[in-house]
Design a protein. Structure first.
Lengths: 344, 344
DNA sequence: ATGAAAGCGCTAACAT
DNA sequence: ATGTTAGCGCTTTCAT
């Protein structure tokens, strides 16, 4: 650095160099440390000194550098990572909203990475977050091997799995009562008189779906009803596929009188397929959604934002006591029955 | 630091100190710089040296510290901030998803802050982001005075407003063709034969709403129809309020034959109010939504993710040429007419 | 191909 | 109440 005010400009024409603590100190004619003190709460500073520093800071448009601060104070930022599949899915968005809210209360910021349900992107996102020294890592897992996270716990980063557990790795966990929730819905349908109830969901590879399917079967068996594979579609990972699958179910020689959809995507697809269908078929979905009430669709409901809040809370607790045993929180579900769900 | 391996543990029982470049260098018996070279691409390193370094890094579970790297390389992180109102609104969620996608392509991470539409939280979030030295700042503004952002542009941080402009400050901007979109819908309704078309939306304080309202009036006037204040409700900022407002419109002595809702919240509320309503009232909304098709609601549609992508792109362009004049992108809308929209 | 020294912007520790 | 020194973990000169 040659002359005082010639700090290298970041490549652009009229862009001005960003002032640092030093610049403020120089202008206020105090030491760096004094400025630092003023900037962070400012104990033990004479009122007029503080005044002078603040004026200088304002004049220079000084903005403290949190990156430098974090580095100095411990190497971890006031930031928590949340790695999810797809923000476009209202379920994930609501969970993220809960995470954000819980963190904001502690003056923490959520860093969000979407993986579009691709394993490589999960690894990549998680790595980037950990390198950024996030305070904690929340994730909705997709990879089927999270052993790459093994070391991280010992290094003190709380890791919380959301919606489903990690594979080959232990962590705190927040899940729904999937099996119980599905069973509630099925019992309601069976009690209403349905005997042929279809199941539409995505791959049984995913734990929540396997559990919802189990809850579906639990009730059928308990009621002495057959579990008819022809009525079970697990090949509907998105709305379009669910629409198609439901359409095919309706076209069956002996069609179902009710359709249980295992998640919001499936419900949306089924609702589309059911629109304009001549005979009455009752739709019951897992996951509430905004227009469920307006469309008279009954659902298994719960509070997704609460999931996010619980996950954030778990992470913060572990930050306090890293060595305690891992914890699992299972969130309850409840039924929202809208209108008449009896068979035709 | 007294003895070699006694770096202070971060306060916890069995938590292990996080290894640094130095630790790796020591184990691999090379210099810090050599490890650094290997970690970042690694030109000019002998194959066996590199091998040794990588082994050491793996053994120690070394993870580079991006915070330190960023500090050294220029004080700005590979991070872009997006400050929005509410992630729970599918519109914002979809925009965020677009932002995330566009950034991920450039290996950048989105940092998200939700303000719950509170001015103080906006200022607070923006400040936190800037202190974190984000590469760029995208925001859906709520404050009515953004002059506090004035200095930031000169300091080289690209700022992009999304959905509506900043107040008292200039910036790049991505908006929708709100007026045109609303006019499209109204023309469709008028052409279909409607004469009494209600308007349900939130506060006209917000630019997009004022524009949509203007589009609504444009068409009525052009068609020689009266603009009846009794049919215009601008007091419906959320779903419940929209439901109530719509209910009251329907109870009018001379009720509307169609309702134009100015955003997805209003549409959801109106749909609820319309459910089970005896006489036929056509619903036309601004913003598409998942179940619009299944429920036969016509909408003014556009691609919210594209908004996010455009905003991110604008920010990155400005990063390259900070001094060019600000730019505004107006995204087109189109109609999705579903079913018969003619009056009863 | 490798290393030594310096420093990014800040704060902790220890003066004074 | 204020200043000095050192150093967070990394990369950037510039040597060798």
């Amino acid at each position: 650095m040659t002359s005082m005010d010639s700090r290298p400009a970041p490549g652009a024409v009229d862009v001005v160099a960003r002032p640092t603590l030093d610049d403020v100190a120089r202008l206020a004619e105090v030491s760096r440390k004094t400025v630092s003190r003023v900037m962070s709460g400012g104990q033990n500073v004479a009122p007029d000194t503080r005044e002078r520093v603040l004026r200088a800071a304002k004049a220079l448009r000084f903005r403290p550098n949190a990156v430098a601060r974090d580095l100095r104070t411990g190497g971890t930022s006031r930031t928590v990572a949340f790695v999810i599949g797809d923000l476009t899915n209202p379920f994930y968005a609501a969970v993220a909203s809960g995470v954000e809210r819980a963190l904001a209360r502690q003056d923490l910021t959520m860093v969000l990475a979407a993986t579009e349900d691709q394993v490589e992107r999960e690894v990549q996102a998680v790595t980037a977050m950990l390198e950024r020294r996030v305070r904690a890592l929340l994730l909705v897992p997709i990879s089927d091997d999270h052993s790459y996270l093994d070391g991280e716990r010992e290094l003190g980063t709380p890791i919380v799995a959301v919606d489903r557990p990690l594979s080959h790795a232990v962590s705190d966990l927040v899940v729904l009562d999937n099996r119980g929730g599905a069973a509630l819905a099925l019992r309601a349908l069976v009690d209403a008189g349905h005997r042929r109830i279809a199941f539409v969901g995505s791959s049984s590879r995913l734990r929540p779906h396997a559990e919802r399917r189990a809850g579906y079967e639990d009730v059928l068996r308990a009621a002495g009803l057959p579990v008819d594979e022809a009525l079970i579609r697990q090949d509907a990972p998105d709305v379009d596929a669910a629409e198609a699958a439901t359409g095919q179910l309706l076209a069956l020689p002996d069609p179902p009188t009710a359709v249980f959809t295992a998640n919001n995507r499936a419900t949306a697809g089924a609702a589309r397929a059911l629109r304009g269908h001549p005979s009455r078929v009752v739709l019951f979905g897992f996951d509430d959604f905004e227009l469920a009430q307006a469309t008279g669709v009954s659902v298994v409901a719960y509070d997704p934002a609460q999931m996010g809040e619980a996950a954030a809370a778990l992470a913060l607790e572990r930050l306090g006591r890293p060595s305690r045993t891992t914890e699992q929180i299972t969130l309850p579900t409840h039924l929202l029955v809208r209108g008449d769900i009896s068979p035709a």
